[in-house]
Design a protein around this ligand. Structure first.
Ligand SMILES: *[C@@H]1O[C@H](CO)[C@@H](O)[C@H](O)[C@H]1NC(C)=O
Ligand SMILES: *[C@@H]1O[C@H](CO)[C@@H](O)[C@H](O)[C@H]1NC(C)=O
Ligand SMILES: *[C@@H]1O[C@H](CO)[C@@H](O)[C@H](O)[C@H]1NC(C)=O
Ligand SMILES: *[C@@H]1O[C@H](CO)[C@@H](O)[C@H](O)[C@H]1NC(C)=O
Ligand SMILES: *[C@@H]1O[C@H](CO)[C@@H](O)[C@H](O)[C@H]1NC(C)=O
Length: 437
C-alpha cells in the first residue's frame, strides 16, 4: 500500500496504466492470430499499381476491374485490351477478402470498333461466385487459384453502389488521351476555365506524353484538384497508332487506345459523377440557351426523363479565320503557346449530307460500352440535342477549307463569359508560371 502511494506521489501511476493497456492491446491483437488456420493475408501478394497490366502468359492487358451492379450473373467487369488474333480460354481468379477462389470461365466481349487494328478494347465479364465477396481479381490461363496466386491482381473498384446524392461530382469531363509533344497551352487553359464557369467540377485526362508547357499547366491544375491525370504508358506495351486507319497510320491500336481510356473513365466515375462528358482536349461542350451545364441538363432531363445519353453536335471553328477587331489579341498571351479560341469565332455550317459526328454527355450508370461518337451498349434512351441548345466549339484546322468568311457563321458564345474568363485564364497561367511579366 505504501509502495502504491509512493508511486502515485512520484506521478508514475499513469505510466503503470499505460503499460497495463499495452499488455491488453498486445493480447487482443495476437491471441486470435495465433490460432491455427487463421494466417490470412489481407491482400494478394501482388496488386497492380499500373493503369496497364499484362495478363500472364497471354498477349492481352488488363486496365481496370469494376464491380458490376447492373447485370444478373456477372460480378466483375475487367476493362481490357485484347489482341484479336490470340484469344484463348481465360479464367477469373478472385481473392475473396479472406480466401482464394478457383477460377471460373471468363466471358470475353471484344468491342465492335477495332478499325482493323490488332488490339481492341475488350470487356471481360467474371461470373458471380457463391461464398465470395471479391476484393481483387486477375485473369489466368488455368483455373487453379494456387497457380495464379503469384500473378498480379487488380483491386476491384466500384464495390459500393452509391446513390446520386452521395456523388462527389455532378459533371466530369473525360478527355481521351494525350500523346506526342502536344503543347496547346492557351486553348487548354481557356477550355478548362470555361468548363469551370459552366459548372464542371472534375476533368480527367489519360497521359502518354505531352509538351513541356502543357506539363506545367496540368501539374498546376492537378495540385489545385480540378484536373486528374491518369498515367497511360501504352507505348511501353505496343506501338500505338496516331490515327484511326491501320493502312494509313500504322500501329497496333486506334489513337493510343482512346477507346479503352473513354470506357475506363466512364466506369471510374459510374458512382462518382452524375454526368460524364466524353470529348477531346480541343473541344468545348457549350450551352447556348443556358448559362451553365447543370441548368441545361435540368431542362433536357425534364423534357426527356428516360434519356441517359445526350448527343452533342461537333462544330468546327477554323483556326485560320481571325476576328478582325483584334479585341482578344492580348499582349499577355502572345508568348503562351497554343491557340487563342477567343480570336476564332467563325463556325462552319456542317455538311449534313455526310456523316456528322457528335460527342456525348452520358449518365455513366446507363453505359455498358462506349465508342467515341456513340455508345455501343447502354440501358437507357439516346437523345440528339439540337445545336441551338448545345454544341461543341472545336477550334482547329478547317474541315471545309473552301469556305470563305462570308460563308461561315459568327458565333461569339465564349465572349459572353469574357468578364470572368479572361482574368481567370490569366490567373491560371500565372499560377503555372507560364506568363512572362
Ligand atoms: C482448385 O482446383 C485445384 C486443381 O484443379 C483442386 O485441386 C482444388 O481442390 C480446387 N480447390 C477448390 C477449393 O475447389
Ligand atoms: C509463390 O511465391 C511464393 C513466395 O515467393 C513461393 O514460395 C511459391 O512457391 C510461389 N507459388 C507458385 C505457385 O509459384
Ligand atoms: C508469368 O508468366 C511468365 C512467362 O510468361 C512466367 O515465367 C511467370 O512465372 C508467370 N508468373 C506467374 C506469377 O505466374
Ligand atoms: C450537384 O447538384 C445538386 C443538385 O443540383 C446539388 O445539390 C449539389 O450540391 C451539387 N454537387 C456538387 C458537387 O456541385
Ligand atoms: C505525362 O507522362 C509523361 C511520360 O510518362 C511524364 O513524363 C509526364 O510527367 C506526365 N505528365 C503529367 C502532367 O502527369
Amino acid at each position: 500500500m505504501q509502495i502504491w502511494l509512493m508511486m502515485v506521489k512520484r506521478r508514475t501511476f499513469p505510466l503503470l496504466i499505460a503499460s497495463a493497456l499495452a499488455v491488453m492491446v498486445y493480447f487482443i491483437f495476437t491471441l486470435p492470430r495465433s490460432q491455427p488456420g487463421n494466417h490470412q493475408h489481407l491482400y494478394p501478394y501482388h496488386v497492380s499499381d499500373q493503369s496497364i497490366t499484362p495478363v500472364n502468359d497471354t498477349k492481352h492487358f488488363m486496365v481496370g476491374a469494376y464491380k458490376e451492379h447492373r447485370l444478373e450473373g456477372s460480378s466483375v467487369r475487367i476493362i481490357s485490351i485484347f489482341r484479336r488474333d490470340s484469344v484463348q480460354p481465360l479464367y477469373c481468379v478472385f481473392y475473396c477478402g479472406s480466401h482464394w477462389a478457383n477460377g471460373t470461365k471468363a466471358e470475353v466481349q471484344m468491342h465492335s470498333d477495332h478499325f482493323g487494328f490488332h488490339f481492341v478494347t475488350t470487356d471481360v465479364l467474371c461470373p458471380n461466385l457463391p461464398d465470395c465477396n471479391p476484393s481483387h481479381v486477375t485473369l489466368a490461363t488455368q483455373a487453379d487459384a494456387k497457380l495464379a496466386q503469384n500473378q498480379t491482381f487488380l483491386r476491384i473498384q466500384n464495390l459500393v453502389k452509391r446513390e446520386e446524392e452521395e456523388f462527389q461530382f455532378n459533371f466530369t469531363v473525360c478527355w481521351s488521351n494525350l500523346f506526342g509533344d502536344y503543347n496547346n497551352v492557351l486553348q487548354v487553359t481557356q477550355t478548362l476555365e470555361m468548363y469551370k464557369l459552366l459548372g464542371v467540377q472534375h476533368v480527367v485526362v489519360y497521359n502518354t506524353s505531352c509538351g513541356p508547357d502543357l506539363e506545367r499547366l496540368l501539374q498546376s491544375y492537378t495540385q489545385e484538384g480540378f484536373v486528374e491525370v491518369v498515367p497511360w504508358p501504352i507505348d511501353q506495351h505496343m506501338n500505338p497508332s496516331r490515327g484511326w486507319q491501320p493502312s494509313e497510320h500504322g500501329g497496333d491500336i486506334h489513337y493510343y487506345g482512346q477507346l479503352t481510356t473513354l470506357n475506363d473513365c466512364v466506369y471510374r466515375h459510374m458512382y462518382q459523377s452524375r454526368y460524364v462528358l466524353l470529348n477531346d482536349i480541343d473541344e468545348l461542350i457549350a450551352p447556348y440557351q443556358h448559362q451553365t451545364l447543370p441548368q441545361m441538363m435540368d431542362v433536357l432531363q425534364r423534357q426527356n426523363p428516360k434519356a441517359e445519353v445526350f448527343l452533342i453536335e461537333n462544330h468546327i471553328f477554323p483556326k485560320s479565320q481571325f476576328e478582325p477587331s483584334g479585341r482578344f489579341e492580348r499582349p499577355r498571351w502572345r508568348d503562351v503557346p497554343g491557340i487563342n479560341i477567343m480570336e476564332h469565332i467563325y463556325r462552319e455550317e456542317p455538311d449534313y449530307r455526310i456523316y456528322h459526328p457528335s460527342k456525348m454527355i452520358v449518365r455513366p450508370r446507363a453505359v455498358e460500352q462506349t465508342s467515341v461518337h456513340s455508345v455501343l451498349r447502354n440501358f437507357g434512351q439516346t437523345v440528339k440535342v439540337p445545336p441551338n441548345v448545345c454544341h461543341i466549339i472545336h477550334v482547329r484546322v478547317p474541315l471545309r477549307g473552301g469556305l470563305t468568311k462570308k460563308e461561315l457563321h459568327e458565333d461569339k458564345r465564349v465572349w459572353d463569359y469574357e468578364k470572368q474568363l479572361v482574368p481567370n485564364v490569366d490567373k491560371a497561367l500565372e499560377k503555372a508560371g507560364l506568363l512572362r511579366m
